[in-house]
Design a protein around this ligand. Structure first.
Ligand SMILES: [Zn+2]
Ligand SMILES: [Zn+2]
Length: 317
């Protein structure tokens, strides 16, 4: 079962995204690239170099529903005459009926994000949406944790690895302990645990960082020899990366606890101090990062959390 990485350009700060062709029946791609002309061209070129074309694709599997990963799924599916699209049920970004503005807005308000900033974030989000088509709920199938994606001469085990998003999935080829991990594992940067409503109770925040730590540890149990990430080069030494991530997360936790200070602070205030001068999408990611670390510190009993009006204030113990 041959795995062929194809690098696809994106208009985003992160740079190119990796799509993985599984060059065996049923011909499958894991992730698609964003909906841009440049991405389609790069994907066609990559498929051609491997001896395939879009119409050969029978299965489109999505690690998660961020635009750079799922953007082309619909047009590829249509061109490939109804190839099957599979994604975890906890993902929402690709749905017509995706968990919408109101739920996200509530989370941002609780994190202390000012109204005018929420309006700006909303506008920015609308701009990003143009890079992906959405799906009706009956147009995609589910990815189940621990199920297998079968191929002619082997299979990939589906491993639900929430954290970066609630429904993020990784795919493990146990024969040689190779993993395709989407944005769960990135060689050069620690993935952002994106602020999301909890799929099981959208009034709550998804405990993204706590879940992410579990996912990292779970991938480690496979003793991977090679991990293909959503961006950048593959990772050969997963243990080194795992330890580096854990250290980075611990250091960041200490700095957010310090930034909360004696008087307490909202996640927005902590984000402003942690990443002064950020703009655009980075402001949203900065709030996500702050909330994730503050929530984990709270869960671990290192910070208190109080609500005042609609806002939540983290306080020292
Ligand atoms: Zn992502
Ligand atoms: Zn990504």
């Amino acid at each position: 079962m041959k795995i062929v990485p194809i690098s696809i350009p994106t208009p985003f700060y992160i740079g190119p995204v990796n799509v993985y062709l599984i060059a065996e029946d049923p011909i499958t791609i894991i992730d698609t690239g964003p909906k841009t002309k440049e991405a389609v061209t790069a994907l066609r070129d990559g498929l051609r170099a491997a001896g395939f074309k879009v119409s050969d694709i029978r299965r489109i599997v999505l690690t998660h529903a961020h635009e750079d990963h799922c953007g082309l799924a619909r047009s590829l599916r249509d061109e490939a005459k109804n190839a099957q699209v599979l994604i975890h049920e906890w993902e929402t970004g690709h749905r017509h009926s995706r968990l919408e503005y109101e739920e996200h807005r509530t989370l941002l308000v609780r994190a202390g994000v000012p109204d005018e900033e929420i309006v700006r974030l909303r506008r920015m989000y609308e701009g990003v949406r143009q890079y992906a088509d959405s799906f009706a709920d009956n147009e995609h199938g589910p990815l189940w944790d621990n199920a297998e994606l079968e191929f002619e001469s082997g299979s990939l085990r589906i491993v639900h690895t929430p954290g970066h998003t609630p429904g993020s999935c990784s795919f493990v080829r146990e024969a040689d302990r190779t993993i395709i991990a989407g944005d769960c594992v990135l060689k050069r940067i620690t993935p952002n645990p994106v602020l999301s409503p909890d799929p099981l109770d959208p009034k709550k925040r998804f405990p993204s960082l706590a879940e992410y730590l579990v996912s990292l540890a779970r991938l480690r149990t496979f003793a991977p020899t090679l991990v293909y990430g959503g961006h950048g080069d593959p990772v050969h030494d997963y243990d080194e990366l795992f330890n580096r991530y854990i250290r980075a997360i611990q250091e960041r936790q200490q700095s957010v606890i310090k930034l909360v200070g004696n008087d307490g602070a909202t996640a927005w205030e902590v984000a402003q101090k942690m990443f002064p001068g950020t703009d655009d999408v980075h402001r949203f990611l900065a709030v996500s990062e702050a909330v994730a670390h503050l929530d984990l510190a709270h869960t671990e009993g290192k910070l208190a959390l109080e609500s005042s009006n609609t806002r939540e204030i983290y306080k020292p113990l």
